[in-house]
Ligand binder design. Structure first.
Ligand SMILES: [Fe+2]
Length: 488
């Protein structure tokens, strides 16, 4: 094994694992719900080769692995494989890293020229019977959901013009249409954004391009029943800095944030820009919806600064968790008024990795879940993930005025982002599946998948599936039911 640097990106839970395997008949403790039948797909970054440049952004550049945890007739199996991106194949052929700093091709070795740089490591998106491993700096890769073999880069039958596709598309629960976008759509540091719609059969129905106020890190967006919402927060890219071999992203505290609002089936020429607070940052939006008065609300995990340590460092910033003022915030705009103002209301505690029952997408949500930190934890959090510390509380958020319901893990334990498995009984809240890492020694970790009651995570796991391998932190996941898989 070549030597990885002794840095947070490659140590502790972030230590590269680099194993592809299949495991049958995993041990189960407790009772698996009979209706949990299908596959939990997970995107797991895992760098195959040690870097040749020092770069904190490398935490986002690990080669994508696709993991499947399969539930069938009371048995659980799992498998994990590298996504065979152009970049991964080229590096395997060379036997070493060829690509340099995060989103900076000017730092690559000469052999890397012309090869697709994306690593497909962020979300396994399921739509129209296709499993698409996505990362926002390139087009997704389509993977066979049964064998986890890579089929290839996916451009929607040659129709998509955008060079990039978000890892956070939004799927309308009634029509099955997928609303998506790509930023830096025509190249590095560009202000061009592509907005596109794919129908329930996987056909690209429309693609339109527009300009954002500045080139920004646009990780997520939102839809309501009638609108598409494009938030722009001031983590920015500058072409000359990238060309000089510098950082792709710098966070600018004195720059305005913006929210672009347009009819979701309309023309981008009808985009209207609302001005938000200066300097704020958000990676994940819970949901957005319209109220009876026509106002638009967008609920998001917001902070006063970008929370990634490597971006703060590149920006000459150092915020403590208290200074960062992270919160669950609702932004409200009124498309019927002439004002361009955004009203912010704090509606919940700090946290991230929100998940929403699929049926609430774009509609008012009664509840959702997110991960957060236990303020009363004894001892340090588990070190790992892109921010450097893993979450240890899973919280069900009630938007109808009820109290939150939370499960706090013990010392040395942490959550990865759950997926929601709906129940057949509409009165039952369904299930959450989540991978738990537990530190068992200075450099050893145990892994398990927990099944929780979605309406009452505080009750603790209904079942635990033991996974006898160390699992590197996952980014996002997706649940695909056995019925959806067999229909594909
Ligand atoms: Fe994300």
């Amino acid at each position: 094994m070549d030597r990885f640097p002794d840095m947070p990106e490659y140590t502790g839970l972030n230590t590269p694992v680099r194993e592809e395997y299949e495991l049958d008949s995993l041990a189960v403790e407790g009772q698996l719900p009979a209706e949990v039948e299908g596959v939990f797909f997970r995107a797991v970054p895992d760098p195959a080769f040690a870097p040749f440049v020092e770069d904190g952004g490398a935490i986002l550049s690990g080669d994508g692995m696709v993991s499947a945890i399969r539930f069938a007739a009371g048995k659980v199996s799992c498998g994990i494989r590298y996504v065979q991106t152009g970049r991964h194949r080229a590096e395997v052929a060379a036997g070493r890293a060829l690509f340099g700093r995060y989103r900076n091709p000017y730092t690559d070795r000469p052999e890397a020229q012309g090869i697709d740089r994306t690593v497909a490591n962020t979300t396994p998106v399921w739509h129209a019977g296709n499993l698409l491993l996505s990362k926002e700096d390139g087009r997704p890769y389509r993977v066979d959901p049964r064998t986890l073999e890579t089929i290839g880069s996916h451009d929607f039958g040659g129709k998509l013009r955008s060079q990039t596709v978000t890892a956070h598309p939004r799927i309308d629960p009634d029509s099955g249409d997928m609303f998506s976008f790509g930023y830096e759509a025509d190249g590095l540091a560009s202000t061009k954004v592509s907005y596109f719609i794919v129908d329930r059969d996987g056909e690209l129905q429309s693609e339109q391009w527009f300009d954002v106020p500045y080139c920004a890190l646009m990780h997520d967006f939102a839809i309501t029943e009638h609108y598409a919402l494009f938030p722009v927060y001031p983590t920015t890219c500058d072409a000359s800095r990238v060309r000089a071999g510098g950082d792709h992203w710098v966070h600018e505290l004195d720059r305005d944030s913006w929210l672009g609002v347009m009819p979701r089936h309309g023309s981008v020429r009808r985009m209207r820009w609302f001005r938000g607070p200066k300097g704020v940052s958000c990676f994940h939006i819970v949901n957005a919806f319209e109220d009876a008065g026509g106002r638009i609300h967008m609920d998001q995990c917001l902070a006063d600064v970008n929370l990634f340590p490597f971006i703060q460092q590149a920006s000459g910033l150092q915020f403590s968790p208290q200074q960062a003022n992270a919160r669950l915030a609702r932004w409200t705009v009124d498309p019927g008024s002439g004002a361009d103002t955004i009203t912010e209301t704090v509606i919940g505690p700090p946290g991230d990795l929100p998940i929403l029952p699929a049926r609430f997408q774009g509609r008012p949500q009664s509840h959702a879940w997110m991960l957060t930190m236990n303020p009363e934890r004894q001892g340090p959090p588990v070190l790992g993930g892109p921010v450097g510390a893993m979450f240890d509380v899973l919280m069900r958020l009630d938007f109808t005025g009820g109290p939150p319901n939370a499960l706090a893990l013990g010392p040395g334990e942490c959550f990865n982002e759950p997926v929601h498995v709906p129940a057949q009984d509409p009165a039952h809240g369904g299930w959450l599946l989540t991978v738990i890492n537990r530190q068992t020694g200075p450099d050893s970790y145990a892994s398990a998948l927990w099944v929780l009651q979605a309406d009452n995570p505080a009750a603790g796991p209904t079942a635990k599936v033991i996974i006898p391998h160390r699992l590197r932190p996952q980014v996002h996941g997706w649940w695909v039911s056995a019925a959806a898989l067999s229909a594909a």
